[in-house]
Design a protein around this ligand. Sequence first.
Ligand SMILES: [Zn+2]
Length: 348
Amino acid sequence: MKKFLIKIRTSLKFFILVSIATLMILGMVVLLYKPIYSVSLNGELIGYCENKSKLQNKISDYVENGDGENNNLAFVSIDAMPTYKLCLLKRGITTNDDEIFEKVTEKGTAYYKYFAVLDDDEEKVYVSKFDEAEKIVKKLKDKNSNNIDDITIKEKYETELEDFVSEEKAVSKLYEKKIVKVKKTQEAHPDLSAAISAPTYTTSNSSGTLKLSNTISNEKVNIGISLIKPVTGTITSRFASMSRVRTSVHKGLDIGAPQGTTIKAAAGGKVVYDGVNGGWGNLVVISHGNGVQTYYAHCSKIYVSLGQKVSQGEKIAAVGETGNATGPHLHLEVRINGVAYNPQNYVY
Ligand SMILES: [Zn+2]
């Protein structure tokens, strides 16, 4: 019995000794080793970090918000996120969070967010914030700018910033006056200076009624409709040009085409004139509403009649050289409330 007790005591001592040894070894491990993450980028080891979430948060924050130096920086696109692997490494190994951050972000592409103000789908000015763009549009509206219907705002995400302009500069750059005065050099011509002051007048006969003005304008007024080419051909005389055969400034656009070529309605509307009229020869006038009319002159034949409704592209006449013409061509006019506007601002 005594022998048996001694045996137990010896085993107990041994057990205690083993436990103390184990604890000491564990203690050594804890003292000498620590958990750490190896960090790889595209399969390549780029360093070690102790605090995985701290480093990853810093990278994520950079990707989402950039470095905060530029207000317009929207986000940064980087090729790949790093991967982390838990491993036990000896104490004393150097972690290099900053270097890892650098390596992950160095090839990133910064995207900037800003706004463009467009006139007729063309980017004209750039501003930093949406409310600035809105203010510009509002100012143009207040000033009754002629192109206000064509002004739009576009959100931009680009890798490079444009030069921003002040509200005032933007407004003055985008503002379009309702009436553009004819240039001084042209004013010297007696016909033209008379034309500028000429009021609107109306002529009426069995072929229809025409509201006319000798005033011309090169301004691109929004007519609310799009015009198609009534004929295909060569432009032989432009709007507002002078020539030997004319006593006044040219109020239309001449398109040379063979005799008999079909003339199509530039837009849908109602025929308000269908007959001979002085220098125009055989004339068709189509009213498109809102005071907008298109004139087709020197026709050899007219296929439509007064009051008839026509649709865009419909055959209305044939090319000729009636009236004051030196060869077969279509003389096309675009008139708004009787004032002749440059057809080339709308078609050709
Ligand atoms: Zn002409």
